[in-house]
Unconditional design. Structure first.
Length: 65
């Protein structure tokens, strides 16, 4: 599941928990949101690292030419 999906699922659970006074569901929703945030940050870090690797490869290819 993507980070956005986890975040949306968590927000829904938290809202339903608030409407029904279900503290467990509210906590579960917050946990899902935190997992979504963590996944998004990891995806961003991976993308950043991939971009840096591509930059280094491009520089190396230009030197070899």
């Amino acid at each position: 599941m993507s980070g956005r999906t986890d975040d949306a699922k968590g927000r829904t659970k938290e809202a339903i928990g608030a409407l029904t006074d279900d503290d467990d569901l509210r906590r579960e929703g917050k946990k899902d949101q935190m997992a979504g945030t963590a996944k998004k940050k990891l995806d961003n870090a991976k993308q950043w690292a991939d971009d840096k690797i591509d930059d280094i490869r491009d520089k190396a290819d230009r030197k070899d030419s």
